[in-house]
Design a protein. Structure first.
Length: 652
């Protein structure tokens, strides 16, 4: 036996609560697949799903009932009262309902859809409220008294049941929030403790509190997975602010019970918000915090834990030195090429236990929450990397690195063979058209049949012929940024598209049978009330012409890593002063004088935009003048200046 053999190491990658409930977040699958291809013993576990399933069980609800009874009657919210009034019904129905949402008992859909099986709390009250058209109450509902008929019609029993079951789970989540932890949500769990928090104080105080029901559940599950795998090193992948608190709780448990295990933290939240990390208290919980593409930093950490590499030769990794000072170690080594990152593996993740939910917000939201998708990246980074609202200065955008179509389809075939599932969500920031064309051609040539969807830029390269090719290869949906739907503002934000171009591209996809979702934005610097009204008219015409089927308006947020955040003077805004930061920094406030004196605000306009697009998705209100959605005086909210046939002329 060689005396130079590397010491054994086992890496456990963990997904903390909360991420998605319908499919595993892909970061640990990528980490585990990559490390295994390097000959490193690597395993993974989804503690986000495990925690939810433990809470949403018969035992979990019995514990929740006891916690709710500890809340004084004067302080009990409507969800808590409804739960306590029907606690026995919730406890009796929770496990059958979870089995139904996991696809293990499809016949239960008939009882759930009939609305006699599940207890109905406050979340169900919305069922009897029709979409608010904003301009009248005389919409024809076909004479139906069924409040879900407009959504599911006479058929769709399974969809109807999953929507009702989702409301039922949301009622329980509200009880967990009101009776156990006021920061609890299924997705944005305690995100206010982490998002853009310049100080670690809020998290430190929360982590010092006695464990509540949710904390105790996570503590128990963490110890169980540690005992099962007995790792040398734990990697915590933290993609969102809503996963930060739980990740630190997990690290706290591991440090208390397994102090010799090395703990590393990385992921999307770390990459965007912890780039200026300086608070040494973070390292009471974790040993390493690594930035950006994780493959090279992980390999270096493995060597360090084995005793083969010094701390000073770590790559893009924060540590705390012997003097209690945070040090950023960035030994210069090349990143692992995207072609060589390997195939993600879902081995170790309970693929049959995820929940297929149906929130029914819009068709794209349904893809996000309904069904389990294999996540795959076509290329690292963004090939465009110019949009002024985007974090173009960071690695996940700026470093573009693609893999060949042959490599991608090889990965797809391996994933299908492992999971038995042929649905893929391409998670690129903006999938490049050239790469998608090559991918589609390779899929067709090799006879690989999958269903896939992803995010693109609505650029002219997506001709009707290319749209048809992508559809033939299995493309079922595309999302893309129309953003402000204003040529002036699209130019200012360097989006590289125009409204008429977006119309032609989206129509090409729609004609090919591909569902199209538009990401929309309001509140961008220098956006006027007239810009906003005109943007809604463009969107109305796109829906009317059948170019888009789904959309959502997001409020513009300025980040410190974007061109707006770095050069605000070029966009006519002034940034709000930022406090000194030793922890998280991302969002930054700004002053835009554009709307001063108009008598309104972007928040007021946003309410009208969201109301309008919700109705447009259901075919309601397309004939109404767009200014009526805002409910503002004529002196404040002008009529649109867009010609009523603008999109029609762009198409023909």
């Amino acid at each position: 036996m060689s005396t130079n053999a590397a010491p054994a190491i086992k890496v456990l990658s963990l997904i903390p609560p909360m991420t998605q409930l319908n499919t595993p977040y892909p970061s640990t699958a990528y980490i585990t697949g990559f490390l295994r291809e390097q000959g490193i013993d690597a395993v993974q576990h989804d503690l986000a799903l495990a925690t939810v399933l433990a809470l949403l069980s018969k035992t979990g609800l019995q514990q929740l009932q006891q916690a709710a009874l500890q809340v004084s009657e004067a302080q009990r919210s409507a969800p808590v009262n409804a739960f306590l009034d029907h606690a026995s019904d919730y406890i009796a129905t929770i496990e059958p309902t979870i089995a139904f949402l996991q696809g293990r008992d499809s016949t239960l859909c008939h009882r759930i859809a009939a609305r006699g099986f599940l207890p109905e709390g406050p979340r169900f009250e919305a069922l009897n409220a029709y979409a608010d058209t904003g301009y009248g109450d005389d919409e024809d509902d076909g004479g139906s008294s069924d409040p879900l008929g407009w959504a599911f019609g006479a058929l769709g029993q399974s969809d109807r049941a999953r929507h009702l079951a989702t409301l039922y789970l949301n009622d329980i989540a509200d009880v967990l929030r009101d009776a156990v932890d006021d920061s609890f949500q299924f997705v944005r769990y305690a995100e206010s403790l982490a998002a853009s928090q310049p100080s670690f104080d809020a998290l430190a105080q929360a982590l010092a509190k006695p464990a509540n029901l949710i904390d105790a559940t996570l503590h128990r599950l963490t110890l169980e997975v540690m005992a099962h795998h007995q790792p040398t090193m734990v990697v915590l992948s933290v993609p969102f602010p809503g996963a930060v608190y739980a990740a630190f709780r997990m690290a706290q448990t591991i440090k208390q019970h397994h102090p010799d295990v090395a703990i590393a933290m990385g992921g999307g939240f770390v990459n965007t918000e912890l780039r200026e990390l300086a608070d040494p208290r973070v390292f009471d919980f974790v040993d390493f915090v690594s930035l950006d593409g994780g493959e090279r930093p992980l390999l270096c950490l493995v060597e360090h834990v084995r005793g083969q590499r010094s701390v000073s030769r770590l790559v893009r990794t924060f540590t705390r030195n012997d003097h209690g000072v945070v040090v950023y170690n960035n030994w210069q080594e090349p990143d692992v090429a995207f072609e060589d990152v390997g195939t993600p593996t879902w081995d170790g993740l309970p693929l049959m236990s995820y929940l297929s939910l149906l929130d029914m917000l819009n068709p794209m939201n349904r893809l996000w929450s309904d069904g389990r998708w294999n996540k795959l990246t076509v290329a690292h980074g963004c090939y465009w990397k110019k949009c002024s609202f985007c974090d173009v200065s960071l690695d996940y955008i700026s470093r573009y690195d693609a893999a060949s179509a042959t490599t991608l389809v090889d990965r797809i075939e391996r994933i299908v063979a492992e999971t038995g599932q042929t649905g893929f969500h391409l998670v690129d920031e903006a999938a490049p058209p050239k790469a998608l064309k090559a991918l589609a051609t390779e899929l067709i040539a090799r006879g690989v049949h999958i269903s896939w969807w992803g995010n693109i830029r609505f650029e002219k390269t997506f001709t009707p012929e290319l749209c048809e090719l992508l559809a033939q290869s299995g493309c079922i949906a595309m999302s893309g940024g129309l953003e402000v739907a204003s040529d002036r503002l699209l130019t200012l934000m360097k989006k590289g598209v125009s409204v008429d171009q977006v119309a032609r591209v989206t129509k090409g996809f729609a004609d090919a049978g591909v569902m199209v979702h538009a990401y929309l934005m309001y509140g961008f610097p220098t956006q006027t009330v007239q810009d906003t009204v005109d943007a809604l008219e463009y969107v109305r015409q796109l829906f009317e012409a059948g170019c888009i089927h789904s959309g959502f308006f997001h409020r513009f947020v300025c980040t410190v890593h974007s061109p707006v955040g770095q050069h605000p003077e070029q966009f006519g805004v002034t940034l709000s002063p930022l406090p000194p930061s030793q922890f998280a920094r991302n969002d930054v406030g700004f002053v835009d004088p554009t709307l001063d004196g108009s008598g309104t605000s972007h928040d007021e306009l946003g309410a009208g935009l969201k109301k309008a697009i919700y109705n447009y998705m259901h075919g309601i209100g397309l004939e109404a003048p767009v200014h009526t959605w805002f409910g503002l005086p004529k002196s404040v909210c002008p009529r649109t200046t867009v010609k009523p046939d603008y999109v029609a002329r762009a198409l023909y």
